[in-house]
Design a protein around this ligand. Structure first.
Ligand code: 13P
Length: 248
C-alpha cells in the first residue's frame, strides 16, 4: 500500500505532466485520489498544477469538506465527489483543459469518430456534457447521464474530465482524449476523416473483453448488476430479475 506521502507526490507529478503537456494554463485543472470511502486527497484551489508540492495537497471527506491541509480544496471538488459517489470502481479523477479536445466542444463538434484503434479500445466516443458554471452543482449534474458508461467526458466550453482505477490510468485517459482529438483535427484539416469499419470495431471490442481492460466503455453492455446505480435502483433491478425468474 502506498504511503500518504507517495500518493501526494504522485498527484504533484501528474499535475506537472498536465502542465508540461499544455493541458492546463494558470490555475486550471484539479486532481483527486480516493484513499477510502471517507477520505480523499485533492489539489488545492487557485494554484498552478505545474508547481505543486506534497505539502500543498488537501485531505477532504466524502462531502468535499477539508480534513487536513493549509490551503483550501479545489473549487471543483463537488464534481470529483459526484464521480466517487456514482462509480465505486473509480479511485482517481483528473480535470484539465486540453486545448484541442476542448476546442471540439467550443465548435460544437462531437468527439465521436472511431479513427484510432487505441482510442477505440480505451475510451470509445467521448460524450460532451452540458455547459455548467464552474464550482456549482451544474457540472456534477451534467456528468450524470454519462457516468456509468464512460471514463472520459468533455465539459462543454470548459475542458475534460477523466477517471480511472488509479491515478496513472486517469491521466493516460486524459492523454488519449487529447491525442485522439489532435489526430481527428489534423485529418479534418487534411480534408477526410475515414473511420474504422464496423467489422473492425467489433474485433476491437472483442479484444477489449479478452484483455480484460479496467474501467467503463460505451461499446460494452455492462448489464444492470455491474452498473452502480442508487440503492433504490439496485433494489428495483433485483426485484425485476426475481419476478422475471418466477415468470411474472
Ligand atoms: P481550482 O483551482 O479551484 O481547482 O479550479 C481550477 C479549474 O480548472 C476550475 O474549472
Amino acid at each position: 500500500m502506498k504511503s500518504p506521502f507517495e500518493i501526494k507526490k504522485e498527484i504533484c507529478e501528474v499535475g506537472h505532466k498536465l502542465w508540461l503537456k499544455g493541458f492546463v494554463a494558470a490555475n486550471d485543472g484539479n486532481i483527486s485520489v480516493k484513499i477510502n470511502d471517507h477520505e480523499y486527497y485533492c489539489t488545492p484551489t487557485g494554484v498552478s498544477k505545474g508547481s505543486l508540492t506534497p505539502d500543498m495537497i488537501i485531505k477532504v471527506d466524502e462531502n468535499g469538506k477539508k480534513l487536513e491541509g493549509k490551503l483550501n480544496p479545489s473549487s471543483e471538488i463537488k464534481m470529483h465527489m459526484r464521480v466517487y459517489q456514482k462509480r465505486p470502481d473509480v479511485t482517481a479523477v483528473v480535470h484539465a483543459h486540453p486545448p484541442v479536445a476542448t476546442a471540439f466542444t467550443v465548435a460544437d463538434i462531437d468527439l465521436d469518430q472511431y479513427i484510432l484503434p487505441e482510442a477505440v479500445l480505451t475510451i470509445g466516443n467521448v460524450p460532451t456534457c452540458d455547459y455548467g458554471t464552474p464550482s456549482t452543482m451544474e457540472i456534477p449534474d451534467s456528468l450524470d447521464p454519462y457516468l456509468q458508461n464512460h471514463d472520459a467526458f468533455l465539459l462543454r466550453n470548459h475542458g475534460a474530465l477523466t477517471v480511472g482505477c488509479n491515478l496513472n490510468k486517469a491521466f493516460f485517459v486524459m492523454e488519449e482524449v487529447e491525442f485522439n482529438a489532435v489526430i481527428c483535427k489534423h485529418a479534418m484539416d487534411l480534408g477526410a476523416v475515414h473511420e474504422i469499419s464496423n467489422d473492425q470495431l467489433k474485433k476491437l471490442m472483442d479484444l477489449r473483453k479478452a484483455m480484460n481492460l479496467p474501467g467503463r466503455h460505451p461499446g460494452i453492455d455492462y448489464g444492470e448488476e455491474e452498473c452502480c446505480g442508487s440503492k433504490d435502483q439496485l433494489v428495483a433491478d433485483i426485484t425485476r430479475k426475481v419476478l422475471a425468474a418466477l415468470g411474472k
